[in-house]
Design a protein around this ligand. Structure first.
Ligand code: SF4
Length: 337
């Protein structure tokens, strides 16, 4: 009987918190192992999930770099540490005497596809915040700038740029769907957006399906944490600009930041970690939020929000600044049967 070669996957972690791997373990319907199996993917090694020790692991990566073993997908989680002074010696790969960034460059040259998993690996993320003494960056982006550990024009042997599955952390389905498409040979550059993120989840805004959208429609705004109103005007929420399907494809069976009462901080975008203001405050000029909904001219926003506020039903106005429902929706009784 003919045996079908399985699509091989190697997962490495660099300068991150490991949260993206933790999130991956929350995959459900199906769970992580069944999802990989159903997609025909063989997990060669993962630092948290594999039994193999360091000697086996080092032999594995050497065999890939030397071309003795095929690698289809290289997943990198966490930012790449270039410090000090570009040498990468702040993160040596234990037991090899070589900086991680050198291994990543060599492995990426062999892997059919290279994926950055999480905003650290895509753009630098949380690890690159502040003074960034570790010179942390993403694989192919350093914040918004193209070109980092791999140059801007780099393409994998399979012909794609680094696939940036951005998010902090990533939704497990964003990763597993992307891997399944690659394994099926069904992911081309046309299904990546302008930051090389899979459009399967970035063709949506976090605002889509949001639990507070009725408040948003009337600009009935929350003024403090735990208020029920829209969090865009005062509480720093970027859901109308952030690209992800968090409220359409919820987390852990039903959750999202917005459903938990937290403002969206646009964690799928470069430099989200440095907004230049507190995450839960909306910066404004002359009382108008600086970051307006995507595609919306400022004049239209001002006109529409003025009109919407004038038309706000009492129910939404009252409930927006309350922790609980003060005025319930009413049902108009109809006369007759
Ligand atoms: S992207 Fe976020 S969750 Fe993932 S490794 Fe970086 S800090 Fe952790």
């Amino acid at each position: 009987m003919e045996t079908v070669e399985r699509f091989t996957l190697l997962w490495l972690q660099s300068g991150g918190c490991g949260g993206c791997s933790m999130s991956l373990l929350n995959a459900e319907s199906p769970d992580l192992y069944n999802a990989l199996d159903l997609a025909g993917i063989e997990l060669l090694w993962h630092p948290s999930l594999s039994e193999a020790g360091s000697e086996e692991f080092i032999e594995l990566i050497r065999s890939i770099v030397q071309g003795r073993r095929r690698l289809d997908a290289l997943c990198i989680e966490g930012s790449l540490m270039r410090g000090p002074q570009g040498t990468g010696r702040f993160h040596m790969l234990a037991g090899t005497g070589r900086p991680m960034i050198d291994w990543v460059r060599d492995l990426a040259a062999r892997a059919r596809y290279t994926l950055a998993v999480g905003s650290c690996a895509c753009f630098g993320g949380i690890t690159a915040a502040g003074g960034n003494p570790g010179e942390a960056c993403g694989l192919q982006y350093d914040g918004w700038a193209e070109g980092a550990v791999l140059p801007a024009d780099w393409r994998s042997p399979g012909g794609l740029p680094v696939i940036n599955i951005a998010g902090c952390p990533v939704h497990p389905a964003w990763v597993l769907d992307t891997l399944a498409l690659l394994a099926a040979g069904a992911l081309g550059e046309d299904v990546l957006d302008e930051l090389s993120r899979p459009r399967s989840y970035t063709d949506h805004l976090v605002h889509h399906g949001g639990p507070r959208n009725e408040f948003y429609e009337y600009k009935a705004s929350a003024e403090k944490p735990a208020d029920q109103g829209c969090m865009m005007e005062h509480m720093g929420c970027l859901g109308t600009q952030a690209r992800a399907d968090c409220n359409i494809r919820p987390w852990n069976g039903g959750g999202s930041c917005l459903k938990g009462g937290y403002a969206c901080i646009n964690c799928t975008a470069p430099r989200f970690e440095e907004p230049g203001h507190p995450f839960t405050e909306t910066p404004k000029v002359a009382g108008i939020p600086v970051g307006l909904p995507s595609d919306m001219p400022k004049a239209w926003f001002v006109a529409l929000s003025t009109l919407a506020k004038a038309a706000t039903p009492d129910r939404l106005r009252e409930n927006a600044t309350s922790e609980y429902i003060k005025i319930h929706p009413s049902t108009k009784r109809r006369s007759g049967p």
